[in-house]
Design a protein around this ligand. Structure first.
Ligand SMILES: [Zn+2]
Length: 879
């Protein structure tokens, strides 16, 4: 620890500097000893440090519980040595910093709040060298028995080793790893040397291009290696999949998708891939879909190694994930945000580009519809709630950066970016991005830097546009005003046949009247007729926008404001359209208009304008005649949500036989494997009647096959779990046999972890839940989430209400110890199965008691995760 005297000295020095009108906010400001990475500390360091280099080596023992020894040499140029300088290091055990030397002076290796303060006596203007010996903290190393991988985003590198952990201090990295013989390794740089002796292998990697700490990465362990050449570039894939036929089935597609994405991006940006080699690592249960370390992208293995029973969404999702991470090589890696307040910029471009990149590889897909289903429902799920946030959020300290991530960044932002592209024109938009990438390459930039570049290329006022769309939370409420009139009777026609549009207009209002924001946007309004749909372009720019082109048109059966699927908001239908669509939506001929109709009607259900029973009945009527697989999958997921969350239990039981019959008929009639897979997953999800449950049991045991569908190990695992949570006879034997049948060791371990959560014995489930209070039992986040979902399965929700409050109480710790998506996923998995007023009350009371000092971002996560619960239980949520 830093002693009181030293803190006092620093403070005195600062006060004096300040009194002399000097440099109060720089260098060793009091922030140096605050927990986390305060923005003020980061700014002062970025202003003082340049030419940063790390030379690191780690010695990784064979046993997971043995500590990893590390050493490092950090060199940098310092603008001035007038003030102390804080280095960040926050390992998970005391005494981890063995030695630290700066400027040839051995320093006291004391860590205060995650910082080691280098005194001015050890610093000098110009080149400085700091050398360290330490035990690496395990917090961000994801250690399993025979492999590990780093996850340093957003600022978790300093949990493992001493560094300046902020995105705008880019460094060149040199790495050496000493690992047990037989282990494979991956790093950002190219492998340059490899020596083996005495059962150990030492691997050296070449120096990297400038990278921030969050993009520095390595992995090591027992991995299999595949490699391939595409367009003259060698790709390498490390993985742990034991099923050789599965690898053989997937490998070419995985390499092809990477090569296609790289080629597309090089062409679009006009800048070649900047990071040399391109390797990637498939982790069995990765916290994210992927992580974009240059030269060493990490992926969640099941997302890339698809089963034969993959759905179309999974196939598209794989292509999107690969394109997303590859797009980051330019957006995020080549040009990085200055501070995590702009983390959304790298995510929006990665997703926005991914949507463009994927298109040519899937010529049979309706990509407008795909964009709609991939982004709108998820964005609305957060943006309609009291817990929503702006795309761009302020951030005082990197320790809270994890809470910035979510659907607003990943799903709403690409929708907004498409609006911007439409507004500017695709060429001007692309040219602006090229200028931005070129100007800031290997450096950092913020949103205002990009806006300045784009603003010069459009007559529109981007600052004003940005305020509503980017800087503020929520979505506009857009309502239809439709007035019909009768044309006078004419020859051979009665007046009533000739009802015509007298007036069509849309009003826009801010759900928060104190702001009075306007979300300027373009719409394609659909006017629906018996045999066709007419799309009219409309620009919404004020409180009320009339559609002159519609005046005098024949009265449509319905008006769907977002018929073209490019607008964004809560679209209120007029009464006539709501009535028609809730009975006839499947009759619409155009797939995109139907898709948009489903999204709009679901909003109507949530706003209690349409009964969940009516929606479900409509969905069941629609499924057999829906011919676009994207729409089928969207409707199936609404069916499941409606069924488990919104239908009162009596209604659910009453409708179960029909729901199962329609889904099983869909399964039988489906013409593609992917569609069969989607239907099978839906049946497995909703099954409650004895005939269907016993059919699923026979499928699990192999007595019956699903014609046209080859089930994989993961399918049987999920099936065994779904059967167990339904308490079928011999559920324990089924789980036990499934463990024995599971060949892949990673999947087996995951299943064994989840089994206590499936028990019909409440005591055992209680023990499982209590065990999650210990951080060491939360190491594998995807496993924990599986367990939570089954604990809180709707069929067991009544008996799991008792876990809700302690789960809420754990959230702060979850945020502190877990990875970036874990807090919101923890809450989603906890509350997803609940619909009772009692569970809603538990959440409300927690928030009331938590009081105003409770972290605002966590409050928002809770509010957004509990939104469906509050609606379903008929209660109102208060922000
Ligand atoms: Zn990303």
């Amino acid at each position: 620890m830093i002693d009181a005297v030293r803190v006092h000295t620093i403070l005195t020095a600062l006060l004096m500097a300040s009194a002399l009108g000097g440099v109060a906010q720089r260098g060793g400001s009091p922030d140096a000893t605050q927990p986390g990475i305060p923005e003020t500390l980061a700014r002062s360091r970025a202003a003082r440090i340049s030419d940063l280099r790390y030379d690191l080596s780690f010695s990784i023992p064979a046993r997971r519980t043995d500590r990893i020894a590390g050493r490092g040499i950090i060199t940098f140029t310092l603008r001035d040595a007038l003030e102390p300088l804080a280095l960040d290091f926050e390992p998970d055990q005391p005494g981890a910093l063995h030695r630290i030397e700066a400027g040839g002076i051995a320093l006291d290796p004391h860590i205060v709040n995650g910082h080691v303060v280098l005194p001015t006596t050890a610093l000098r203007m110009g080149v400085n060298t700091v050398s360290v010996e330490f035990e690496a903290g395990d917090g961000s190393l994801n250690r399993s028995d025979d492999f590990l991988y780093t996850i340093f985003v957003p600022a978790r590198a300093h949990e493992a080793f001493p560094c300046f952990d902020q995105p705008d201090l880019k460094a060149r990295w040199t790495l050496a790893l000493d690992v047990p013989e037989g282990w494979e390794t991956i790093g950002n740089g190219e492998e340059t040397r490899r020596d083996s002796r005495d059962g150990r292998t030492r691997i050296a990697f070449s120096e990297t291009q400038p990278l921030p700490t969050y993009l520095f990465a390595f992995g090591a362990g027992r991995f299999l290696v595949e490699s391939a050449e595409r367009n003259g570039r060698r790709f390498r894939m490390l993985h742990r999949e034991t099923d050789a036929s599965k690898v053989a089935r997937n490998r070419d597609a995985i390499f092809d998708l990477h090569a296609a994405a790289l080629q597309w991006l090089e062409r679009y940006t006009g800048i070649p891939y900047a990071f040399g080699k391109f390797d990637f690592l498939l982790v069995p249960a990765f916290q994210f879909g992927g992580m974009e370390h240059p030269g060493a992208v990490f992926y969640n293995a099941p997302g890339l190694m698809l089963e034969e029973s993959a759905t179309q969404n999974q196939v598209l999702e794989r292509a999107s994930t690969i394109s997303h991470e590859t797009a980051h090589m330019w957006f995020g890696d080549l040009v990085t945000m200055r501070w995590f307040t702009d983390v959304w910029m790298k995510e929006v471009f990665a997703n926005f580009m991914a949507a463009k990149i994927v298109n040519p590889s899937f010529p049979g897909i309706n990509h407008e519809l795909r964009f709609l289903h991939a982004y709108y429902p998820a964005a609305y799920d957060v943006d309609r709630t009291a817990g929503t946030n702006a795309i761009r959020q302020p951030l005082d300290n990197l320790k809270d950066a994890g809470t910035l991530y979510g659907a607003i960044i990943y799903q709403k932002a690409p929708i907004v970016m498409r609006q911007l592209e439409t507004m500017m024109g695709a060429d001007a938009f692309r040219d602006g991005l090229r200028e931005y990438l070129g100007r800031y390459r290997f450096g950092n930039a913020s949103w205002s830097d990009l806006v300045a570049i784009l603003d010069a290329r459009t007559p529109d006022d981007l600052q004003k546009w940005s305020r509503a769309w980017v800087e503020e939370a929520g979505r506009p409420i857009i309502s239809t005003e439709l007035a019909l009139g009768r044309a006078p009777a004419s020859r051979g026609r009665s007046a009533s046949d000739d009802a015509r549009v007298e007036r069509l207009a849309f009003t826009m209002r801010d759900p928060d009247p104190r702001r009075g924001l306007t979300w300027t946007q373009n719409l394609q309004v659909a006017l629906g007729y018996a045999d066709h749909v007419e799309l009219l372009p409309v620009r919404l720019s004020g409180a009320r926008s009339g559609v002159d082109a519609a005046r005098g048109s024949l009265a449509p059966l319905f008006v769907l404001p977002n018929g073209g699927g490019i607008g964004y908001g809560k679209f209120h239908l007029d009464a006539r359209s709501l009535d028609w669509l809730s009975r006839h939506l499947p009759e619409i001929g155009d797939a995109l208009t139907r898709g948009s109709g489903w999204v709009t009607l679901w909003d109507a259900v949530l706003d209690a304008e349409l009964r969940p029973e009516t929606f479900l009945d409509l969905a069941l009527t629609a499924l057999p005649r829906e011919d676009d697989e994207l729409n089928v999958q969207r409707v199936l997921s609404y069916v499941s949500l409606d069924y488990w969350k919104f239908l009162p239990e009596a209604e659910r039981s009453a409708r179960a036989p029909r729901v199962e019959r329609v889904l099983r008929e869909g399964l039988a009639a489906a013409k593609t494997t992917s569609l069969k897979a989607a239907y099978f997953a839906a049946v497995r999800n909703v099954a409650v009647t004895p005939p269907t449950v016993s059919w699923l049991t026979r499928v699990w045991s192999g007595e019956e096959a699903v014609p046209g569908l080859v089930l994989a190990e993961t399918d049987f695992i999920v099936l065994s779990q779904e059967l167990a949570v339904r308490g079928v006879p011999k559920w324990e034997t089924i789980l036990q046999q499934q463990v024995e049948r599971t060949r892949n060791p990673d999947r087996k371990a995951r299943l064994q972890f989840v089994i206590p959560a499936l028990s019909s014995d409440q005591d055992e489930r209680d023990r499982f839940f209590r065990s999650l209070g210990d951080v060491s039992n939360r190491r594998h986040e995807p496993w924990v989430l599986d367990g939570l979902r089954y604990l809180h399965h709707p069929l067991r929700a009544e008996r799991s209400i008792a876990y809700v409050r302690p789960s809420l109480e754990l959230l702060q710790e979850i945020q502190r110890t877990g990875d970036i998506f874990f807090p919101s996923r923890w809450m989603d998995a906890t509350l997803g199965g609940h619909r009772s007023p009692e569970s809603a009350r538990t959440v409300r009371l927690f928030l009331e008691h938590a009081g105003p000092s409770y972290p605002d971002r966590l409050r928002r996560i809770i509010l957004s995760s509990s939104d469906d619960l509050f609606r379903a239980s008929g209660q109102r949520q208060r922000p």
